[in-house]
Write a protein that binds this ligand. Structure first.
Ligand code: IMP
Ligand code: MG
Length: 179
């Protein structure tokens, strides 16, 4: 368990930003065939809250991608553990992710989805850890930019725990040891 958790982004601030992003997305996808693709497990809270505020027709898909194992640093090895249930050919995919760190997960995922002939692929991430980027990714919607520290809550985990926190918290011990 983590001992030094501090709130980095409050529940209120998350909800305000989610509403803003939902308005923007509703506007951008008016004439589209929106498929919101949640990257599990981290994207689950964000996806649920975002989808509830979007006003255009949409379908929800879920994909399991693994890159971290149980560590706090990216392994660089990405794999799709659980494939899509519906077809995305010719449709407008919006990938919904919890956080972009090195960029390797999304880079891999976009390449993977390109083979499935989606019409458009855009990315919506709640958090962006810009400083850590190794692979370039074009991110279309960003909730918040965060510093290079290990964060948990609102979908994000540490050894599978803390995903249920309604806010984003930062662990000071971990960020000092590992950065
Ligand atoms: P990337 O491939 O390095 O961009 O890693 C992205 C994935 O690593 C995210 O989808 C998260 O699941 C996980 N991740 C990256 N940073 C954090 C963090 O600070 N807390 C929890 N999970 C993280
Ligand atoms: Mg993730």
């Amino acid at each position: 368990m983590l001992s030094n958790l501090e709130i980095l982004i409050s529940e209120n601030d998350i909800q305000t930003r989610v509403n803003e992003l939902a308005k923007q997305i509703s506007n951008d996808y008016k004439e589209k065939d929106l498929v919101m693709l949640c990257v599990l497990k981290g994207g689950v809270m964000f996806m649920a809250d975002l989808a509830k505020q979007i006003t255009v027709p949409l379908v929800m898909e879920f994909l399991v991608v693994s890159s971290y194992g149980n560590d706090t640093k990216s392994s660089g090895k990405v794999s799709v553990l659980n494939d899509l249930s519906g077809t995305i050919k010719g449709r407008d995919i919006l990938i919904v992710e919890d956080i972009i760190d090195t960029g390797q997960t999304l880079n891999y995922l976009v390449q993977y989805l390109n083979t499935k002939e989606a019409r458009t692929i855009k990315i919506c991430t709640l958090l962006d850890k810009k400083e850590q980027r190794i692979t370039n990714v074009n991110v279309d919607y960003i909730g918040f930019t965060v510093p290079n520290a290990f964060v948990v809550g609102y979908g994000l985990d540490y050894q599978q725990y803390y995903r249920n926190l309604p806010y984003i918290a930062v662990n000071n011990m971990i960020s000092r040891e590992e950065s």
